[in-house]
Design a protein around this ligand. Structure first.
Ligand code: AMP
Length: 281
């Protein structure tokens, strides 16, 4: 496995691989890898000749009072996992390499990024789109794989790729969960034993909503109320949002679930830890 830190070297390597006719897949990550990330590598490997992962904690997607400085990092362990899981190249740029002094160009998607996480994290998707656009220009992938865990992010990236004509196919892989249902996330490392236990209620609440739907109740307000009710029963959890939106457009779904298209997405504070989860009905 190759580890590349420089933009020029990464671009040259990708250009050379493309000249050799290799199909390149790409998985961008912020590191502190878990099985959720590793499942994306599996999808990537199945679809291409060369799998490239990036590890970069992107400062531009964090707000001023967010957890950039505390974000968990474990590069050596991550590189070992990448190697074990058959990643061919890891792109590991420094902050200076991607955002040198005087950096001033950003990419903003202005519609799908507004609701859900866009409300409480106003610059988040600007940071995500900017770094993903930059990484696409450096890594030059044919395919990029994202996780359903960050459903709004996947839809925003798809829209950006479409709007800006990036020659990249986007794949979205299912949410990988812990045994008790909690969606895997690097941020779960922040949770103490008690918080970790209470955090499972988020998935259970989504399941309650699903059960209601499967029992014949298609009214989104009723389903959302059920999810909020179950999360709010726990003192430690505070709902930031629970919304029903169309999976592609992120527009609110009113009245009835549109089967296979309605995303029930939520963000929750578990004490000071911000967690997100979702399901498609
Ligand atoms: P992150 O390192 O948190 O920026 O995530 C990198 C990629 O991994 C994103 O496309 C995420 O959606 C994806 N991902 C994170 N957690 C999970 C999970 N539990 N299941 C599936 N994909 C995930």
């Amino acid at each position: 496995m190759q580890v590349i830190k420089s933009i020029n070297e990464m671009q040259a390597q990708s250009v050379s691989l493309r000249h050799q006719g290799k199909l390149i897949s790409f998985v961008p990550t912020m590191g502190y890898l878990h099985e959720g990330h590793l499942s994306l590598f599996e999808v990537a490997k199945e679809e291409s000749d060369i799998t490239i992962a990036s590890i970069f904690v992107n400062p531009t997607q964090f707000g001023p009072n967010e957890d950039l400085d505390q974000y968990p990092r474990s590069v050596e362990r991550d590189l070992k996992l990448c190697e074990e899981r058959g990643v061919d190249i890891v792109f590991l740029p420094s902050e200076k390499e991607l955002y040198p002094e005087g950096y001033s160009t950003y990419v903003c998607e202005e519609t799908l990024s507004q609701p859900l996480c866009g409300v409480s994290r106003p610059n988040f998707f600007k940071g995500v789109c900017t770094v993903v656009a930059k990484l696409f220009n450096v890594v030059r992938p044919d395919i990029a794989v994202f996780g359903q865990k960050d459903a709004q992010q996947a839809s925003v990236i798809r829209k950006m790729v479409n709007d800006l004509h990036f020659p990249v196919e986007i794949r979205v892989a299912p949410i990988v969960r812990e045994e008790d249902g909690l969606a895997m996330s690097s941020r779960n490392a922040y949770l103490n034993e008690f918080q970790r236990k209470d955090a499972t209620r988020i998935y259970q609440a989504l399941q309650k909503g699903k059960a209601l739907y499967e029992g014949g109740n298609k009214n989104v307000d009723r389903i959302i109320a059920e999810v909020i009710h179950h999360i709010s029963e726990c003192r430690r959890l505070r709902v930031i949002y629970v919304n029903a939106v169309d999976i592609d457009t992120m527009k609110p779904v009113s009245r009835e679930v549109d089967p296979g298209r309605t995303l029930i997405a939520c963000a929750v504070w578990c004490d000071e830890v911000r967690l997100i989860d979702n399901m498609i009905l």
